[in-house]
Design a protein around this ligand. Structure first.
Ligand SMILES: NC(=O)c1ccc[n+]([C@@H]2O[C@H](COP(=O)([O-])OP(=O)(O)OC[C@H]3O[C@@H](n4cnc5c(N)ncnc54)[C@H](O)[C@@H]3O)[C@@H](O)[C@H]2O)c1
Ligand SMILES: [Zn+2]
Length: 359
């Protein structure tokens, strides 16, 4: 087992990474010391991993709340049902919520923990690659508003994160690839050596080799944890993690959140950000090629040539990360060097969107 730390002073916490952690009763006993525990999971993950988790938990009083599966249930209604369960089962302030599942379960579970009696402890047990490398770490919790994603939430850090690499064996390939977009993103914005490692070892990663998984999850969490430690509330550097996301969110919205998974839209968005960087002269065109080649090898889309560039630009203007100062964008000054800049003019963005289109 590998252990990393998210360094946030008194609120620092460990991330445990490795195979077989869900069956490690010793680790679970240390992670969840409360008398009362509520496991929040969903209808897909419960039949796969709930029993294993329950067998290891030593809390005398255990309850389970099973959510329906899907982003469409990441709502205030679903959140309120978890609160109902906590109240009906008379959960105390010193209880612990355990979120077992992907980013949806982690985000709603974390938000319920942040709000119940003004905050109870919680533990993240992420079971998708995306949740193990991204949403499970960093303490952003939220539910969606019918008109906008993640609009209602809190920054609230867990007690610990337990990433059992074995759970990835049941994850659909497409979901795994979507998580790889975030992994590749860390290399692009922060670590050229890690990017090169991914180029050299992608086959091991895709065949779910345990050591390779430990490397990608460990490295991703280490890079994210360092940024979160520096800028927990995203007033500055944490925004680097949004590489490809401004373009990506626009594409997700145009595709009605059905056409692309989040990671797939981010993959296309990172290529668009790379092209924009190249157009501004800060990135070699050979590096744009390297980036799109690695994303393609990981099973991700890199083009959205049928999408109307004007609609993308329009939605980007509405992006919630737009500050009073205007739209900012994460670009690259080389592989491994992300920078936050004021978005270039529409002409430059339009050109990036239009490359690859056949007339
Ligand atoms: N809090 C953050 O910092 C942060 C960061 C990125 C994304 N997010 C949020 O995370 C969510 C996306 O997370 P996600 O990609 O994990 O999606 P998800 O939670 O919907 O999981 C994807 C699918 O995989 C299934 N699944 C989960 N674990 C499985 C396993 N081990 N085996 C088989 N199937 C499994 C799920 O039931 C679901 O059908 C979005 O709501 C997004 O807004 C949050
Ligand atoms: Zn993302």
């Amino acid at each position: 087992m590998d252990t990393l730390e998210v360094a946030l002073g008194a609120r620092s916490y460990p991330i445990y990474i490795g195979p077989g952690l869900l069956s490690d009763a010793g680790l679970l006993a240390r992670a969840v010391t409360a008398q009362q525990a509520l496991i929040v999971t969903n209808s897909t993950v419960a039949p796969l991993y709930l029993e294993r988790l329950q067998a290891g938990l030593r809390c005398p009083e255990q309850h389970v709340h099973v959510l329906p599966d899907g982003e469409q249930y990441k709502t205030l209604e679903t959140f309120a049902e978890i609160i109902d369960t906590l109240i009906e089962a008379r959960f105390h302030r010193d209880a612990c919520l355990v979120a077992l599942g992907g980013g949806v379960v982690g985000d709603i579970g974390g938000f319920a923990a942040a709000c119940y009696q003004r905050g109870i402890r919680y533990v993240q047990i992420p079971t998708t690659l995306l949740a193990q490398v991204d949403s499970g770490v960093g303490g952003k919790t939220a539910v969606n508003h019918p008109q906008a994603k993640n609009m209602i939430g809190a920054f609230y850090q867990p007690d610990c994160v337990i990433a059992d690499t074995d759970t990835l064996s049941t994850l659909p390939r497409r979901e795994f690839a979507a998580g790889m977009a975030e992994v590749i993103k860390y290399g692009l914005i922060l670590d050229a050596e890690f990017f090169a490692w991914l180029e050299a070892h992608l086959e091991d990663v895709l065949s779910l080799d345990t050591d390779a998984l430990r490397v990608i999850i460990g490295k991703s969490c280490e890079l994210k944890a360092a940024i979160v430690a520096e800028d927990e509330h995203e007033r500055g550097r944490r925004a680097l993690l949004n590489l490809g996301h401004t373009f990506g969110h626009a594409l997700e919205s145009i595709g009605n959140y059905e056409r692309w998974l989040h990671g797939e839209a981010v993959s296309i968005g990172m290529v668009l950000a790379a092209r924009t960087s190249a157009a501004l002269g800060s990135l070699d065109s050979a590096d744009v090629e390297r980036i799109s080649t690695l994303l393609t090898r990981a099973g991700l889309p890199t083009e959205a040539t049928d999408v109307d560039a004007e609609r993308v630009l329009e939605i980007m203007q509405l992006d919630k990360k737009t500050t009073a100062k205007g739209l900012s964008l994460v670009l690259l000054e080389g592989i491994g060097r992300g920078v936050i800049v004021a978005a270039p003019g529409a002409e430059v963005l339009r050109a990036a969107l239009e490359i690859g289109r056949d007339g």
